[in-house]
Design a protein around this ligand. Structure first.
Ligand code: SAH
Length: 377
């Protein structure tokens, strides 16, 4: 794939770096495109909603955040009502999920009083949006999970893990080679675009256990996200050391598989991954099986991943939609119905999106899960 669009500032920086030091990994390209302090995608704009590039579940309907808020209340009760406790959201975007969740928590006043809101967010721009979405609420922001206070904690993360950098590997006769991003010598014009290539030697198989067992054709691509695994393990370690729970919602697959899921989205349509870095959202599907393994090895129990549609139905989303519709105008009724369908419909977010829960070892399944859905290492 070659690109011949003019370079933007970030592309210029990346090109200089590749010229000086050689090709960079796909994970490094993705990390820079999303998180470069000055030009990264999330650093300077609000990408959500109709006017932005994509729409997430909390932006579709208030029911999503409300039900997750009630899930947290349930988890808090199961943990023995620790007071206070940390409610930590990873990558809160516009802050909508937290605002809807806290509103729902008001129906469980002791829980609402016990909550301390902590947001893990690396974009100063989005931190400001979150502050505006949570007026009158005492919020602390952090760059990393490690900075959260040492206390019982309930984590929520919606469409956070898909924004974490993935490594890609290309299958060759002698194993999996790390996929790299290089300058494309065939680009017309004076400014080369970027092109995918791969490392000349195979990656050590023992550092890629999930990929080692896959059968793949020559040239096939597989992914691995060490950063995502570290997050899942860090969550599990907190749950083990201070008690707690976590709910991870994202689009992804249940077990490691061959496939290139890295995608670029701009203005609600697909775009080229290697064009206009920092101006396009880059995501990869989440490998829930590997996340579950990381959580188990961090010392916690794990349930799922189950389809979002199943999870939200079990939490009673249809009854909630009915209750909202009973007090609504016809126009609002239509919006509630459309929102419900988008969240749980099998051809919309209901199947592709999945939900994984983490909790203390030897605890009962959290709300929305049954014991048969426990992950076993
Ligand atoms: N949860 C929100 C937004 C999802 S977009 C929603 O559902 O609407 C991803 C979010 O994660 C953004 O807020 C982005 O700035 C944040 N983010 C991405 N990578 C991050 C990282 N490594 N550390 C902290 N926040 C990150």
């Amino acid at each position: 794939m070659s690109a011949n669009t003019p370079r933007n500032d970030l592309a210029r920086l990346l090109a200089q770096r590749i010229e000086a030091d050689g090709p960079i990994s796909v994970a490094e390209y993705m990390a820079q495109a999303l998180g470069h302090p000055e030009f990264g995608y999330y650093m300077g704009k609000d990408p959500f909603g109709v006017a932005g590039d994509f729409t997430t579940a909390p932006e579709i309907s208030q029911m999503f955040g409300e039900l997750i808020g009630l899930w947290c209340a349930n988890a808090w009760l199961a943990l023995g009502k620790p007071t206070p406790f940390v409610l930590a959201e990873l990558g809160p975007g516009r802050g909508t999920l937290m605002a809807d969740g806290l509103r729902a928590l008001e129906t469980v006043p002791a829980c609402r009083t016990a909550v301390r809101v902590h947001l893990v967010e690396n974009s100063p721009f989005l931190r400001e949006r979150q502050r505006q979405a949570l007026p009158g609420i005492d919020v602390s922001w952090h760059d990393s999970i490690d900075d959260l206070p040492m206390a019982p904690v309930i984590f929520i993360a919606n469409e956070f893990f898909d924004a974490l950098p993935v490594e890609q590997f290309v299958h060759q006769n002698d194993g999996w080679h790390r996929r790299l991003v290089d300058l494309d010598p065939n680009t017309p014009g004076s400014e080369p675009g970027f092109v995918f290539t791969h490392a000349p030697t195979p990656h050590p198989a023992k550092s890629l256990p999930a990929l080692a067992s896959l059968t793949a054709e020559h040239g096939a691509i597989a992914e691995s996200s060490p950063v995502a695994q570290k997050f899942a393990e860090a969550i599990a370690r907190r749950v083990r050391s201070h008690t707690g729970a976590a709910l991870i919602v994202d689009y992804g697959y249940a077990t490691a598989a061959v496939g290139d899921t890295l995608q670029a989205v701009r203005q609600h349509g697909y775009a080229a991954v290697l064009e206009r870095p920092g101006e396009t959202d880059l995501t990869a599907h989440v490998d829930f099986g590997t996340l579950a393994k990381a959580a188990l090895s961090g010392g916690a129990a794990c349930w799922g991943a189950i389809p979002q549609g199943v999870f939200l139905r079990r939490l009673g989303i249809e009854a909630r939609a009915g209750a909202l519709a009973a007090k609504a105008t016809q126009e609002q009724k239509n919006a509630i119905e459309t929102g419900l369908e988008r969240l749980i419909g099998g051809d919309q977010m209901g199947t592709l999106f999945k939900v994984l829960a983490i909790g203390p070892r030897a605890s009962d399944p959290p709300a929305g899960f049954v014991s048969e859905e426990a992950s076993i290492s």
